[in-house]
Ligand binder design. Sequence first.
Ligand code: ADP
Ligand code: MG
Length: 482
Amino acid sequence: MNNEELWKAVLGELELSISKGEFNTWFKNTFIVSNQNGRVVISVPSGFAREWLENKVNMHILQSLKHLQSDIQEFSCVIHTAEQKSAQGQQFIQTQTGFASAQGTSGQQTPQRQSASYPSGSSVPYYPPQAHNVQAIPKAKQEHTLNPRYTFENFIVGENNELARAACYAVSQNLGQLYNPIFIYGGVGLGKTHLLQSVGNEVLRQQPDIHIKYTTADWFTGELVESIRNQKVAEFKESYQKADLLIIDDIQFLSGREKTQDEFFHIFNTLYQANKQIVLSSDRPPQAIPTLEDRLRSRFQGGMIADIGRPDLETRMAILKIKTAERHFYLDDDAVRFIAENITNNIRELEGALNRIIASCEFHKITPTIAYIKKTLGNIIANTKRVVSPERIMKMTAEFYNIEEEDLMRKGRKKEVVHPRQVGMYLMRMELQTSFAAIGKYFGGRDHSTVLHACEKIKDDLDENLRLKEEVTSLKEKLYRE
Ligand code: ADP
Ligand code: MG
């Protein structure tokens, strides 16, 4: 493996364990400069990137390097300069197309060649990394760190995300007028970043001159810290306060950072009062973000909150199909079903599995069979638990409480059915992260707030009620047994 192949393989692995937003932010324009005597040097474009690679994801990187080449002992980062790059004749690793891929040597790179890797018909301006001089990208242009790959068109709608998707779409058509802020939450790899970026890309498509600011709470913090160091806080704030649309991903990372929350609060208010749209995402609802100032929490709760849950089998299959097509790869329906049935946790894992299959098939120049896929995904599949579906939860809950499944769906308010219903809802939420709206549908068309209330009630009661705890534990065991 040469340096380029090694780094490409590392990025392929890291993509599975790091959120896509972070991945794109921090690994763009990185490459291995040298690999000698067990020591790897990675070239990065900025001080932020170096700090993050060396301090936050260092273990992931080292593990992955070692895994691919066992004699590697350590790594360090250098910030690249133009000379370094041309002297090394290094190759750019361009991560924006998702599956990290090495492009031609920097000397031969032309903007045309890079634009060609973008989806055709995309009207989003794309500013390719400059091969010889990173600074050559105009500052103003860098502000759109939107990835044109994420659009509403290639976002598959399922029961797990339809509310969140509809809200985001509506907002993109009516900036600042419908819901403000809009707050999307859900577990890792379920499509939050994709949705947020879709809002940005859609708005940009319709109004190319509009001022969009997309960032993550982590990046926001980094920028703030840097601006304090350079005594440029006013400029920092201004760059945010002039946005027409502010999108901040992974807002949970504001947790515990008082100074950042304080600055963010002021920016939020300025924009909000000027009717500028704010779009936020988090891995949990506002009330569950620890050490978030109350004033921010209540701002977040003042708009529209929508959750994204885990996708069902059908949705997972549809997503796999679109991802396969995007990669110009072919998998037959049985293969798609097999993968979707076995990888159930989140979509990032699903994509990771697909990446692995494609890489392996391309390397061996073969068309995948189910047996081959099984082998390729071996340890991933072995680690997943028995597949529990919403249907299974309905069935087992009814069985457990000795009632009919229909009783779970009917309107009756008798205690003998209300309690099982609430437990069933709670389990569906906890075990499958099904969205509240979708849970409501399974349980005979109940609304979002009824389900939310049921889940909260069981969660609270579990702390005090030992019998309930036993019930839930044995029901859960039943779910995963056999
Ligand atoms: P999150 O930000 O919630 O951790 P991402 O938005 O990064 O998740 O999603 C992980 C991957 O799954 C991305 O590549 C994204 O394109 C894909 N993905 C998630 N949901 C969908 C969907 N509904 N349709 C198509 N792709 C999806
Ligand atoms: Mg994300």
